[in-house]
Design a protein. Sequence first.
Length: 342
Amino acid sequence: MNIDVENISEVLLSRFDGLDNKADILKSRELKTLYSIIPSLPEAERAIFGKKVNELTLKLKELVEKHQQKLEVPEPIDITAPFDINQNLTNANQLLTSDNGSQHPLMRELDIVLDIFYRMGFSAIESRIIDDDFHMFGSLNFPEGHPARDDYDTFMTKDKLIAPAHTSSMQNRVIQQNKSELEHGKAIACVIPGVVFRNEDVDSRHDHTFYQVEGVYVGKNINAGNLMATLRTFLEEYFGRQLDIKSQPFYFPFTEPSFEFALSCPFCDKKGCSVCSYSGFIELLGCGMIHPNVLTQAEIDPDVYSGFAFGFGLDRLVMMKYDIEDVRNLKSSKLEFLRQFS
Ligand code: DAH
């Protein structure tokens, strides 16, 4: 018999790389022929020949398996490698190297905001990105079926988990968790930065995902004057200049009274410019005195303690500071945009 297993092995191995479906190699005509001739071989040759054929099959099976594993586990990517590592890209010279990577402008501004509040005696805790109905609504004096729930275009899972539409969803936790401050004669003073989500149509002023910063202050004899002074102090520090402030009545279920708060335009000093739509003032945030029901839900006696709360959009604030015309720029990864901040 002059069929040579080694020869056939070479033929099959050289064919392997070109096959679309690698497993076809195991069904090849050559392999089948090898098996079919085993019974016809003289007994002395049969065992050796059979062993060789089995070894070849095993080798081919291993190759097929290895190839499949490679498909299942993608090549690991080194996410720490510099962006410009791939010199073959046509736009490689436009890519950033890892040395000139920098903090995202929103996060840098958030650090500045938090630093101001730290210096004013506030602590900070981040909000959650998944929450529940009680924290989003119930604890904030929105009973079930309350029409104001509709003002927050809230994303909700089938089992009623919520991607919070505001950082106020942290108020109840923050107040409860810091109750001991009140027992020690101090105040609860906390800011809560976090991402919030709304089922919004996206345009230059609105995004479905954005940052808010909530503020909560609870103590004895706290009044709306304290609220206005706190906001003014923060904003003057943030914009680095004196500002006028204005408030007008508004409605939020979780504050009574509630206000819409505006600051004088930091660019034109109330003369009117494109940033403030020629009105001299810019509406920035919602705020108010924490509703007694919200304090009660957080196990605080509203006859003894009072407090204020506020919430503003960080993206809005940063857009205002740098006169950014489109909120989408902030998440666009446009290098020309980001480089302006480094
Ligand atoms: N949660 C409100 C919003 O997203 C903003 C807000 C208003 C927060 C009044 C407050 C507040 O803490 O007191 O529209």
